[in-house]
Design a protein around this ligand. Structure first.
Ligand SMILES: Cc1cc2nc3c(=O)[nH]c(=O)nc-3n(C[C@H](O)[C@H](O)[C@H](O)COP(=O)(O)OP(=O)(O)OC[C@H]3O[C@@H](n4cnc5c(N)ncnc54)[C@H](O)[C@@H]3O)c2cc1C
Length: 536
């Protein structure tokens, strides 16, 4: 955890904080909504600098909107739901809907290269962001015409003018600076929104349908299309059962959400006796656009569903399927109170290895679960959430029953680790949209980063932040010295006091992560207050 939490309200305050951090050798950690699932906010351990978390929650304003060009500049601390509401009041949308929209922020989305449910229509975050302003040790970085403060000219639009700053910042995971605002694309709210759902006879049928959808022209694809496997489909039925039997709280709420989908499923079973309820998979869709566009999308996808041997379940079931996604985050914590340890992980998987990857992840998890002597069987379920021409994003839910286990988290981590290794071994990515943080850094080497590529990224880090003010140490930008620092602290007998204390500014030479300050928090607090007038 950090020593100090700071709440800047303006870009200038952020810049003065960075100046202060250099003078006082603080380590700054940008904080958005805290929703990352990659240990990206786990503070560096073993260092002797004061770690100051820069919480962006007070920088949540829409700075300007240029409807004619379809652009808006928004402060990076804005929370997803807030931004959605602020834009909707003007009849606009950004179109980014991650499952964490209630808590995550624009800055966090950019820093992790996030992806939302409506990617097929609006793209991933990299498609939505036109320009960024980022406060760095080198000053405020931005790219665009001079007079950037004039809304009509402020954005750096499509240009052939060398490297783009935004590509340095997208995925930077807090290692390079603090994103203070971004220029994003905005669209008129869609005239028409329709949900849809379907059941398909098997996972193979479902995946073939998703493949066919990925080949449709973009204007004919639903804004969102998601396929849940049989285990997740049956989970919905169990939740519904819980509701019927009077389960309260989250269980009842989740059961209520799943009810129409389950009932539609039951009707289908009845209509088609002989089809196996332990093979059926579920599809939920959201069509968006003008009335004509939605009509065309629906007609095309319905034809594909019929060709795949599926049946439609209606709009209500589709809405439930879409919204159940938000509920799943709450179910995880609920399950924990019943000794069920669970979490999701995701990756991009190419079409060519998709079947093998799904099968081999399941096999490795089951085998490892048995090897470690865990009770019963693991719960492993997958959901395809995004389709691309070249592959899909798969979300896995992994859980185990851990009552009585000596270290349930260690068992869970081991299962998750083998699953991720299997994905990467078969050509999948380390992450499709959650980022690397610390949880997945070890997998980067396996995923085709050549030594030269790693060195280039270290050069970027050293060039932008030579004294490692932003020493959070995520992903490939976590430079070796950070790890040594950890090691130094944990080695018996090597107390912090024995670590060399560098002179201020000496970090330029020694690079990254070396302990530099006297570790006394109080004077720093006072200094922060005095220097920037910040609330601490
Ligand atoms: C239930 C649940 C559902 C989720 N669903 C999705 C999903 O659908 N799609 C998806 O992409 N992700 C999802 N995530 C993951 C998470 O929400 C994303 O990674 C999100 O982008 C993180 O945003 P945040 O504002 O919470 O960032 P934080 O967790 O606060 O920070 C994440 C990283 O970004 C850096 N950072 C944050 N703000 C800034 C800034 N202003 N400047 C520089 N660096 C910054 C931090 O230092 C850190 O390294 C989900 C997570 C949960 C818990």
């Amino acid at each position: 955890v950090p020593d100090v939490v700071l709440y800047p309200q303006t870009q200038d305050e952020v810049l003065s904080l960075i100046e202060l951090a250099q003078q006082e050798t603080l380590c700054l950690v940008p904080f958005g909504g805290g929703t990352n699932v990659s240990l990206a906010l786990q503070c560096p351990r073993g260092g002797r600098r004061v770690v100051a978390c820069v919480d962006m929650r007070r920088m949540g304003r829409v700075l300007w909107v240029n409807e004619e060009d379809g652009l808006a500049e928004v402060q990076a601390g804005v929370v997803g739901r807030q931004l959605q509401r602020q834009l909707a009041r003007r009849g606009l949308t950004m179109g980014h809907e991650p499952d964490s929209i209630e808590f995550s922020t624009l800055g966090g989305w950019i820093a992790t290269r996030a992806s939302g449910m409506k990617r097929s229509k609006y793209g991933n975050i990299e498609d939505m962001v036109v320009g960024v302003r980022v406060a760095t040790v080198q000053g405020l970085a931005w790219q665009g015409p001079v007079g950037m403060d004039t809304p009509m000219t402020a954005a750096h639009r499509r240009a052939s003018q060398g490297l783009e700053l935004k590509h340095l910042v997208l995925g930077s995971e807090g290692n390079l600076g603090i994103i203070t605002s971004a220029v994003i694309r905005v669209w008129p709210l869609p005239a028409c929104q329709e949900y849809g759902a379907a059941l398909l006879p098997s996972l193979d049928a479902g995946l073939s349908l998703m493949r066919a959808v990925s080949r449709l022209p973009p204007s004919l694809r639903p804004a969102s299309i998601r396929l849940v496997d049989n285990a997740q489909f049956r989970l919905g039925r169990v939740l519904h059962q819980g509701q019927r039997e009077g389960g309260g709280g989250v269980l009842a709420a989740a059961g209520a959400l799943a009810k129409p989908l389950v009932e539609a499923g039951q009707r289908w079973y009845l209509a088609r006796q002989g089809l196996q309820k332990d093979r059926v998979v579920g599809l939920s869709m959201l069509f968006e656009g003008s009335r004509d566009e939605v009509g065309l999308q629906r007609t095309r996808v319905v034809r594909l569903i019929e060709e795949a041997g599926g049946v439609q379940c209606g709009a209500q079931a589709g809405k439930v399927g879409y919204e159940l996604t938000f509920g799943i985050a709450y179910i995880r914590d609920f399950a924990l109170s019943y000794h069920v340890v669970g979490e999701s992980f995701e990756a991009f998987v190419p079409w060519s290895t998709l079947h093998d990857t799904l099968a081999s992840v399941a096999a490795r998890v089951t085998a490892t679960h048995a090897d470690v002597g865990a009770q019963g069987r693991p719960f492993l379920s997958s959901r395809v959430t995004q389709v691309y021409e070249e592959g899909v994003c798969v979300y896995w839910y992994l859980a185990l029953y851990a009552r009585g286990a000596a270290d349930p988290c260690a068992v869970f981590r081991r299962l998750e680790r083998v699953a991720r290794e299997e994905v990467v071994k078969r050509g999948g990515s380390v992450s499709h949209h959650h980022g690397v943080g610390k949880a997945k850094a070890h997998l980067l080497k396996q995923h085709g980063l050549s030594p030269a590529a790693v060195e280039l990224m270290h050069c970027v880090k050293r060039g932008m932040d030579p004294t490692n003010v932003f020493g959070i140490g995520n992903g490939v930008m976590a430079i070796e010295d950070d790890a040594q620092d950890d090691k130094t602290a944990s080695e018996a007998g090597k107390s912090r006091a024995k670590a060399p204390v560098a002179e201020k500014g000496a970090g330029r030479d020694i690079g990254i992560g070396v302990s530099q300050c006297d570790g006394n928090v109080q004077p720093k607090l006072a200094a922060c207050k005095a220097a920037a007038g910040l609330e601490v």
